[in-house]
Design a protein around this ligand. Structure first.
Ligand SMILES: C[S@@+](CC[C@H](N)C(=O)[O-])C[C@H]1O[C@@H](n2cnc3c(N)ncnc32)[C@H](O)[C@@H]1O
Length: 234
């Protein structure tokens, strides 16, 4: 047991380094979103509305039990149809507190629960949800493949994972600029250089999910919504 623990915590070993990176990044995200929580809705509501509406509608088409990962202040919650049962999780207790206020103020009866939780370790049983929705969060998660594996684990057979974010292809001048500004925008809790291919490669490696659709949304395709469908034949 001790040797297993020391493998995962020793900074000189790859597992330890990965865990230390996740821990640092997680603490960074918590600090950044504590500052964002009071002003987040005023800055982002309009900019992300199309992405939120599209992601919520696609998730609901996959079924009524939905998990939203990185739910933040709950800006997407009003867009799920009333017949859905939505559970939201987020790393930041300050963002979740805003989401709770919203649920009670707007009487969003379809929201079943909101929990503080890290996307790397989803505390739900296997196959709990018809759809897992990740609006504007995957690019901020230090180990996105691990988080996607968790989303896949809690998704029912034939269900879907819906990812909305700034997902680039890394090509041309835009790709070069996105790479160059990545360290700067990271400080304020944004991400610019995340590649759409990273998610497609994750799905291909696993073999039990396929990219079913990529939609370009406001503004002018800058953000994208990606549907990953569980393959019943895999
Ligand atoms: C840009 S905000 C998006 C919030 C909301 N989904 C929206 O679209 O308005 C990113 C959110 O992801 C959360 N987050 C970052 N890393 C996370 C992680 N590892 N697990 C869960 N939530 C995380 C942050 O706390 C923050 O609330």
């Amino acid at each position: 047991m001790v040797s297993i623990l020391s493998f995962w915590t020793h900074p000189g070993i790859r597992g330890g380094t990965i865990l230390a990176t996740i821990r640092n990044s997680t603490e960074h995200q918590q600090k950044v979103y504590e500052r964002w929580a009071p002003v987040y809705d005023r800055v982002y509501r309009g900019l992300l509305r199309d992405g939120h509406r599209t992601a919520a509608r696609l998730a609901a088409e996959a079924g009524r039990d939905i998990l939203e990962v990185g739910v933040g202040t709950g800006l997407a919650l009003p867009y799920y149809p009333e017949h859905c049962r939505v559970v939201g999780v987020d790393l930041s207790e300050h963002m979740i507190a805003k989401a709770r206020e919203k649920v009670s103020r707007h009487r969003l009866g379809h929201v079943q629960a909101l929990h503080v939780m890290d996307a790397h370790h989803l505390d739900f049983a296997d196959r709990s949800f018809d759809a897992v929705c990740l609006p504007f969060v995957i690019t901020l998660i230090p180990d996105p493949e691990r988080a996607l594996d968790e989303c896949a684990r809690v998704t029912r057979p034939g269900g879907e994972i819906i990812v909305a974010s700034k997902l680039g292809d890394g090509r041309g001048i835009q790709g070069a600029i996105e790479e160059a500004v990545a360290p700067i925008v990271h400080r304020v809790g944004w991400s610019s250089a995340f590649r759409i291919s990273r998610i497609a490669e994750w799905a291909e490696r696993r073999g039990d999910f396929r990219v079913a659709e990529i939609r370009r949304v406001f503004p002018n395709g800058f953000f994208k919504v990606m549907r990953l469908k569980h393959r019943l034949d895999a």
